[in-house]
Each structure stands twice: as C-alpha cells, then as structure tokens.
Write a protein that binds this ligand. Structure first.
Ligand code: ADP
Ligand code: MG
Length: 718
C-alpha cells in the first residue's frame, strides 16, 4: 500500500499556492481555540464544569446557544406588577428589616414607588452586602420575578440590583442557557460574555448575494446577536443570526465532504471492465434472478468501475434486501478484469458467514476465495497472506483488520466494506488517503438513513439504494404484548417448534453493563430450556468467537430450535428457516434497532412473526415506536419516524454512527439549508476547486472554525 499524498492524479501541473492562502490554522482563530480557562474570571473549577457542558475551548462557549430569553424591558409600576412575571422596577429603598436572631425568616427590605410597595426578601443574607447594594433612601433598579405573598407584592433574590446610572447596562433580553449541576446561569452567562470579547472579525466566506437575500449578518455580528439578543425572536432557529450560524456549520460540513469526494474523483483509479463471464456463471448457479433494484445497483457500480477515477459508493438497503449479491457482482467485475477484490465485515461471525455464502458461488465460477480474520494465526494466516500477495486469491473476505494489518494484495481493485454503522467520514478519509491507493470502494449499510441526513452523513459518496425486497418474501406480522403474558408466548413457541420452526429470542440491553446483559440472557436461557425442554442455544457478546460460532452454526444447521441472544445477532446473520423473533423488553430498544432485529426473520418462504414483549406502563415514545413497527416494514419510513422521535444525533442509536454532530444547525429546523449549502459548495468547487481565491481562503478559515480541517489536506495547496 502506498500513501496517495504524493500521487497527484490530475494531469495539470502543480499550481503554486497563492500567498493569500495561509498554512495551518489561521492565527486570528487562536483565541477561539484556547482553553476557556484562559478567559478572565474562569478558574480550574469552572473549566471542569464547562468541559462537561459545552466543551473545553472558548469556541465551545460561543457555540453554546441560549435556549430562552428573559424580557427585562417590562417596566411596570409596582401596582401593575403581576405575580409570576419578570418585572424591572424603579424603586426607592426603605428601612431594612434584618432577620431576627435565631429566626429562619428572610431578611426583608420594603421598597416603594409612587404607586405602591414591594418587599425584597433574602434568605441566608449577608447584612453588610445588602446595606452596600441597597442603601436606605436611595433609588435602585431591580429586576426579577414578582410573587404575591400574603396578598403583598414580593421579590426574593432579585436577578439584578442596579443604580440608576448602571440601569442602561441591563440587557433588554437576557439569554437563558442550558445548564449543568453546579453551574449557575449567571456564571455561565458571564463566561460566555467573556468569550464574546475574543470574537474576531473573519473574512466573509458566504456568497454575498445569498447572505443579502437571507438577511444574514456578518459572522461576528451573528455570534454577538445570538448571545446578546435584541428582540424576542432572537431565540427562533430561523432568526437571521441563528440561521447564519447554522448555515455556516452546514457549509463547512458539505465543503469537507465535497473535498473528500473531489479528491476521490481526482485520484486515479484504473478503468475496470469485466466481460461478464464470471457473473454469468454465478447467475447460472443461483436459484433466483436478481431483483430490479439489485440489477440497477450493479449497473451503477459497473459504470463507476469503468471510469478512470476512484469509486466511493454507498449501497443502502434494508436488512434482507440482498446487498451481498450486489457486492459479489462488483467484486467479480474486478476478478474478470484480472484483479483482486476484498470484502470486509465488522465481526468475525459475519465475515465467516459471507465466506460461506459466497464460497459455493465462487467455486462454480472458478473464482478463488479465501477468508481471513483475527482467528487465523501462525502458519495458516501466513499462507493466506502470501497467497493474497502472490495473486493466488481472487476474493479475500475478512474483518476490517484486513485493511489495518499487514495484508498486501498483488492487485486489489475493489474493496467492499459491509454494515458500516461505525464507519464515519474520518474513516473514509483515512481509507482514501492512506488506505489503499487506487482501490474502488463500495460501502454497504443496512441502516436506512433519512434523506435529510443522507447529505450530511454521506455527502461525499454516490448512493445506490435497494428499496424492494427479493420477491417471495412474506410480510412479518408484528405483535406487541405485555411481559405478563410471557407464559402464553412460551406455550405458542412450543407449538411452533413442534412444526419445525426456529425462533430468535432477544434479551434486553441492560444499561451500560454487558455483564448484566449476559446474566439476563443466561436466566432466560435456563428458563426456556426448563419450560420447553427444547434444543435451546445461547449466544452473547462475552462468549469467545469460536464458542459463539459453534452455537450460531448449530442454529443455522437446524440443530437448535431457540436461539437466546443479546444484540450480538443484530447485524447480518442469515438463517432463512428462523421465522419467529421474540424481543423481550422491546421498550428499551430504539426504533432502528428493533427494525434491524425484526429483519432477521421473514427471510425464508414461511410466514414470519415478531413478538414485542414490553413492560407496562409504556411511555409515549415507546408506544409510538411500537405502533410504527406494527404499521410498516419500510426501513426508510421507519428511519424518518426515528428521526422525529429521537432527534438526529441519536438516529443510528450510537454516537459513533458516522453522523456528524451539529452544534448550531438543527436538522429539523434547518433541513432546507442543507440542500442550499450543498448547491453552494458545488458552485464554489467548480469555480475554485483548490480554494485559492479570496473567498476560497475565507472558506478555509470556515473549515478550521468548524474543525473540519482534515479536509484541507485534500487540497493541493493544503
Ligand atoms: P442483506 O445483506 O441486504 O441484509 P443478504 O444479501 O444477506 O441481505 O440477502 C438476504 C437473503 O436474500 C439471502 O438469503 C439471499 O440469498 C437472498 N436473496 C438475495 N437476492 C435475492 C433475489 N434476487 N431473490 C431472492 N432471494 C435473494
Ligand atoms: Mg448483509
């Protein structure tokens, strides 16, 4: 494997970098990327709290947007002040009434204006402090929530106490921030105001006409406006200042993805053309025809492979939609062209299952296939590695370690990466920069991604979708039952097993503890064995690979009737005869996860069912999840619903889902801006592919600002 950094694939000569284009992070961003503790008034204790809440840097404070506003402009006379309202009052301080010794009563200070009286109350008061800030007989501006106590107006611990001279410092609208335990709103607001002092003016990266049309302020003004709001609608996501920041973030995201993509397109791949001879042999051996969707996907891949640049394509298809066949066809094109292909799975079990599925087909076509995982050690491993290097293996199936380890191919042309929940933009960049130069990459995911997210997560890739299931599939009947009816369920299973059917029984995730998961699964395993006397198997994540595979193998072979499992079976495993899926504590699973699990059944010709056992009472969200599952089997519909129920960050059920985490943009409120940003980026890169113009230089600053600067490496003058 060679590093691709030196292999500029374009034929044009290297353009010397423009002197305008800075190298590395621009200096005027340094203050923003300093630790927050460098700001006045922020000590180590506060730094710790901030790290937890916002992140460690000054910029993290700026990205922490207010969640509400307090209107300080409401300035009634005392007589007009209403309980529960925040009021700013202009009062004369009356005689202090300190807390009598030994009493728990508050310290009280009656204040008046020409219309009435209000009492300020303070618990655990320090008298000297109160006498200093509220001297008897003087005018003060106080602001806080008005209460009525025993029929009298009262304000306890006003938010602000100001002299008439200071009154103009009172912001008209005070931002309210999301907080964490131990951090007060006042302290956080002060820290954020200190961060605002560090905000530099940055060169404008936004298209001028677009900014005008959207009424966007300049970046530094926008940051100020969200933290120092001047109107009540400043909190709205579509307020120009907020929308601008959201757009900036999406622009940075889209630009980074587009640069990766452009790099792939620039990197010389080799035009691969297959003559179809191996594919025909495999097709002759298959008991089915490819679906229309599969044929279309294969055609798209074939077209990519013909091109002289590298392929980076995502194959999206629900569980059971038949992605493996598409992958095989793609790999066969490489083999027909005299090169090699690799298929990488996330787990050993899946790698071996793929190999098992593909081996007979490859054999029929005379294609040499081998499998290599972490389990292969010593001489056996050595033999496979050498064969791959010598070109004596056409298709190598393995775990992701294939690419990380020392495996070298004689001529690897196509790499397929399967079931990549955890394969983010960063990993793809790695694959394209130092992974395997010139290799065409097909990534397959079984997680349907809502269209809105697709652009943000996979904007660097071309996409093929398998939307229909192979024909002959019967729908899976989904039913939900309370856990109390488990006895009935077990009785039903006894009947089904008698008819030769096989069952998955999925045990719940116990929060953060795979030890407890396993305990729950072991209990259920023992219970089912006792109740049914049937052939019951158990697999869980703490079992050793070979042990787990033995059980899976027995289930696949039909030697086990019920397979009790933790979610290790979630991905990829294929046992067509298994037609019943029981999910215990279904309320603890996310929608996408339930859908994935259900996809394990309904693969054979028998009618299948999925039983969701839930603990009562069901919460609102869990109720909706279950209803959605009962209503549809369409993964894309489910993905959209999941997005609504959970919010974008969690859609794939894991933080390392490969989805970018947005701090300023909301996929619900700013969805239309994603498309605008994508179009914007397309134009930008058409005109200035290396970001060398003045706007290009500003856009580089933007990439640094949003820490998408890995993408800058993909520029020639990066
Ligand atoms: P995925 O990886 O998308 O979840 P698989 O590739 O494992 O799905 O395919 C699921 C099952 O469907 C396999 O048993 C496979 O043999 C079968 N299959 C694939 N394509 C077709 C087809 N065109 N017609 C009928 N069955 C198919
Ligand atoms: Mg699969």
């Amino acid at each position: 494997m060679t590093s691709s950094s030196g292999s500029s694939a374009t034929s044009s000569p290297r353009v010397p970098p423009s002197p305008r284009v800075p190298k590395g992070r621009p200096e005027n961003l340094f203050p923003l990327f300093a630790e927050a503790v460098k700001l006045p008034g922020i000590g180590p204790r506060l730094q710790k709290l901030l790290e937890k809440l916002t992140g460690p840097k000054v910029i993290d404070l700026l990205w922490h947007l207010p969640s509400g506003l307090i209107d300080r402009r409401h300035r009634p006379h005392i007589i007009d002040a209403r309980a529960g309202q925040v009021a700013t009052l202009d009062v004369t301080v009356g005689p202090h009434k300190p807390t009598p010794r030994g009493s728990r009563a508050p310290y009280r200070i009656p204040c008046t204006d020409e219309t009435g009286e209000i009492t300020l109350t303070f618990f655990h008061a320090r008298e000297d402090y109160l006498r200093r800030t509220l001297p008897e007989g003087e005018r003060r501006i106080i602001s806080g929530e008005v209460e009525i106590y025993n029929g009298l107006a009262q304000m306890s611990h006003p938010d602000h106490i100001l002299t008439p001279d200071e009154a103009q410092d009172l912001p008209p609208y005070e931002p309210v921030y999301p907080l964490t335990a131990g951090l007060s709103g006042k302290v956080l607001a002060k820290a954020i105001q200190a961060a605002l002092e560090r905000v530099p003016e940055l060169p404008e990266w936004m298209d001028a006409a677009w900014a005008r049309q959207q009424h966007y302020p300049a970046w530094h003004e926008a940051v100020r406006a969200v933290h120092q709001p001047e109107a009540p609608d400043a909190i709205e996501p579509r307020h120009p200042a907020r929308a601008r920041l959201a757009y900036d973030e999406m622009l940075a995201n889209q630009l980074a993805l587009a640069l990766v993509r452009a790099r792939m397109k620039r990197t010389r791949g080799r035009p691969l053309t297959g003559d179809g001879r191996l594919r025909r042999k495999v097709m002759d051996h298959l008991p089915f025809e490819l679906t229309r969707g599969q044929m279309l996907a294969v055609a798209e891949i074939e077209a990519d492979l013909k091109e002289p640049y590298r392929m980076l394509r995502l194959l999206q298809g629900d569980v059971g939609s038949g992605k493996t066949m598409v992958a095989l066809m793609a790999m066969l094109v490489a083999v027909e062209a005299g090169a090699q292909a690799a298929l990488m799975a996330p787990t050993e079990i899946l790698a071996r299952q793929h190999a098992k599925t593909l081996a007979p087909l490859c054999e029929a076509a005379g294609v040499r296939l081998a499998v290599l995982t972490g389990r292969d050690k010593g001489k056996a491993r050595e033999a496979i590695v050498q064969a791959a290097e010598a070109g004596e293996i056409d298709i190598l199936v393995g775990t992701h370690a294939l690419f990380q380890g020392s495996v070298a191919f004689r001529d690897l042309a196509v790499a397929v990466v399967d079931e990549q929940h955890r394969f983010g933009v960063r990993e793809r960049m790695e694959l394209s920069s130092k992974g395997v130069a010139g290799t065409d990459v097909l990534v397959m995911t079984a997680t349907p991604i809502p269209r809105t997210l697709q652009l943000t997560a996979y904007g660097d890739m071309d996409v093929s979708r398998l939307t229909e299931k192979p024909s002959g599939r019967k729908p899976v009947v989904t039913r939900a039952l309370p856990l109390e009816r488990m006895d009935e369920v077990i009785a039903g299973l006894a009947r089904a097993i008698g008819e030769g059917r096989q069952v998955y029984w999925v045990c719940p995730l116990v929060e953060e503890s795979d030890v407890l998961d396993v305990a729950a699964a072991e209990d259920r395993y023992a219970g089912l064995k006792a109740a049914l006397g049937a052939r019951v198997g158990l697999v869980h994540g703490r079992m050793k690979g070979p042990e787990r595979e033995e059980v899976m193998g027995a289930f696949q072979a039909g030697d086990i009737d019920i397979l009790v499992a933790t979610t290790v079976i979630e991905v990829g495993v294929d046992v067509p005869n298994a037609s019943i899926m029981v999910i215990e504590h279904a309320e603890r699973f996310g929608l996408a996860q339930l859908h994935q699990l259900r996809g394990r059944v309904g693969r054979g010709s028998a009618a299948s069912s999925c039983l969701l056992l839930y603990k009562t009472p069901l919460g609102e969200v869990a109720k909706k999840r279950i209803a959605t599952l009962r209503d549809t089997e369409d993964g894309f519909v489910i993905a959209e619903e999941d997005l609504i129920l959970r919010g974008a960050g969690e859609v794939l059920g894991t933080r390392q889902s490969g989805l970018p985490q947005f701090r300023l943009a909301s996929l619900e409120a700013h969805a239309d801006l994603i498309a605008a940003a994508r179009d914007d980026v397309e134009l930008i890169l058409q005109r200035d592919p290396e970001l060398e113009s003045e706007r290009g230089a500003a856009l580089r600053v933007l990439l640094y600002l949003f820490e998408r600067d890995e993408a800058i490496r993909f520029l020639r003058a990066g």
